[in-house]
Design a binder for this molecule. Structure first.
Ligand code: PLP
Length: 387
C-alpha cells in the first residue's frame, strides 16, 4: 500500500498543488506541503463511486450529514476519550476553514489570541484576518516539557483565546496530559477559550500518546473548540473536509450562525462528508498501516538528515514532517530552500515567519509521507548537494 509502485507520479503531477508535484518544475521532488503521495484507502474510493453513480448531488443539510457527525462522535469517544454530541459537531469545508471560522466567531477586532511559535501559519493568518492580534508564545523545537506558567505574562485584558496545535506542526511535539492540565488551568483562571487543532492527532509515533485537551475534564471541554480534518490521516486534502466539535452551546450557536451554512453561502460538500464518514467507519486498518510506514520513514529521514554536515534534526513525536536545524551550515532557511531547489532538485518548506513564525528561523521542514524510494532519493540528493 505504501511502496513506490503505489505512488502514481503522473497523476500527482497534474493533481497535487500547494507547492507539491503539480506546482514544482519537472524533476523536483517536493517534500513540501504535508499531503501524502499515496492514493486514499479503497473503501473511500468505492463509497464516493457508489454515491456518484446515483447521480444526485442535491443540497446537503446545513448542519451536515448525520452519519458523518455520528461517525466522528464515535471516533472521539473510542479513540480520544471525549464525548461530543453529533448535534454539536459541525462539518466544515476543511480544518483550515474551521480555524478561521472559530476565530471569526469567538474574536472581535482588537482581541488577542495566543499562538504558538513556531506553528503552522493558519493560526496567525486566521486571527489576523478577523482583525485580531496574534501573540506568539515560543515553544522552541525539541522542548521536552513546556512550562505553560510562562504563558501568563502574555495574557492581557484583551486576550480571548489560546490556539493549541496538538500534535504541533512543524516541530512534531505531542503535548503530555500534565502539560495540558496546566494549560487548562491557565485558560480557566483567565476565562479564555481554547481552539484545539487536532488534525494531526492520529499521526503519533510510539511511545508517545495523544491526549485530547477536552478529555481532561468537563470544565475545560466546555471552553474548548476542537478542530479536526481528513487531509493528514486519510489523504483527502482536495475534498476540503473537516469538522468543528464543541460541547459549549454558546460557542456552537455562534460558530453555526457565523458559518453561513444556513444561507448556503458556505457549507460542507456532501462527497467530502461521505468520504470522511467512510474513513472513520471503515478505514482504521489503513490508517494503522500508514502510521507503521510513517514511523519507518521518520526514522530514515531523521537519521539521514543527521548524517548531513551542519544539519541537526530531532525525531518528531507526531506529524509526518521533519524539522531540521540548518544553522551550522551558515545558510539561512530561505537560502537553504533556494539552494536545495536549484542544486538538489528537492523542494522543502523554509522556516520563515510567513509559514511558521519567527521561531522557525534556521530550520527547514520536510514531509516524509512518501515511499521509501522517493524519500531515499530526495535525502541522498540533499546529502550530495551539501557535500
Ligand atoms: C495544524 C494544521 N491545521 C490545519 C491544517 C489544514 O488542514 P485542511 O487541509 O483540512 O485545511 C494543516 C495542514 O497542514 C495543519 O498542519
Amino acid at each position: 500500500m505504501f511502496s513506490s509502485e503505489d505512488v502514481n507520479l503522473s497523476l500527482l503531477r497534474s493533481r497535487a498543488f500547494n507547492q507539491r508535484w503539480a506546482s514544482v518544475p519537472e524533476g523536483v521532488i517536493p517534500l513540501t506541503a504535508a499531503d501524502p503521495d499515496f492514493p486514499c484507502a479503497e473503501p473511500i474510493r468505492e463509497a464516493i463511486s457508489r454515491y456518484a453513480s446515483d447521480g444526485y448531488f442535491s443540497y446537503g443539510a446545513p448542519k451536515g450529514l448525520l452519519e458523518f457527525r455520528q461517525a466522528l462522535s464515535i471516533d472521539y469517544i473510542e479513540n480520544k476519550k471525549v464525548q461530543y454530541s453529533p448535534e454539536k459537531i459541525l462539518p466544515v469545508d476543511s480544518a483550515a476553514f474551521g480555524i478561521y471560522l472559530t476565530c471569526k466567531s469567538l474574536l472581535n477586532p482588537g482581541d488577542e489570541a495566543i499562538v504558538f511559535d513556531p506553528v503552522d501559519f493558519l493560526f496567525r493568518h486566521s486571527v489576523e484576518s478577523v482583525g485580531g492580534k496574534a501573540i506568539p508564545f515560543a515553544i522552541p523545537p525539541g522542548t521536552d516539557y513546556v512550562d505553560f506558567s510562562t504563558l501568563e505574562q502574555y495574557i492581557t485584558p484583551k486576550t480571548k483565546m489560546i490556539c493549541l496545535c496538538n500534535p504541533l506542526n512543524p516541530t512534531g511535539k505531542v503535548f503530555t496530559r500534565v502539560e495540558l492540565i496546566h494549560l487548562a488551568e491557565i485558560a480557566e483562571r483567565h476565562d479564555l477559550a481554547i481552539l484545539s487543532d487536532e488534525i494531526w492527532s492520529d499521526i503519533v509515533f510510539k511511545p508517545f500518546q495523544f491526549t485530547s485537551l477536552a478529555s481532561i475534564d468537563q470544565s475545560i471541554q466546555n471552553r474548548t473548540v476542537t478542530i479536526t480534518g481528513f487531509s493528514k490521516s486519510y489523504g483527502l486534502a482536495g475534498l476540503r473536509i473537516g469538522a468543528i466539535l464543541t460541547s459549549n452551546e454558546t460557542y456552537f450557536k455562534k460558530i453555526y450562525s457565523t458559518s453561513r451554512h444556513e444561507s448556503t453561502v458556505h457549507g460542507s460538500n456532501v462527497i467530502g462528508q461521505i468520504a470522511a464518514k467512510t474513513a472513520l467507519n471503515e478505514c482504521r486498518w489503513w490508517l494503522i498501516n500508514f502510521i507503521i510506514h510513517l514511523q519507518k520513514m521518520r526514522d530514515l529521514c531523521v537519521s539521514e538528515l543527521n548524517s548531513i554536515n551542519g544539519f541537526n534534526c530531532i525525531a518528531p513525536q507526531g506529524c509526518y514532517v521533519a524539522f531540521a536545524n540548518i544553522t551550522k551550515t551558515g545558510m539561512s532557511s530561505e537560502a537553504m530552500h533556494n539552494y536545495l531547489l536549484e542544486e538538489a532538485k528537492v523542494a522543502v518548506v523554509p522556516g520563515v515567519k510567513k509559514w511558521f513564525g519567527e521561531g522557525a528561523n534556521g530550520y527547514i521542514r520536510l514531509s516524509f509521507a512518501t515511499s521509501e524510494q522517493i524519500l531515499t532519493e530526495a535525502l541522498s540528493r540533499i546529502k550530495n548537494s551539501i557535500k
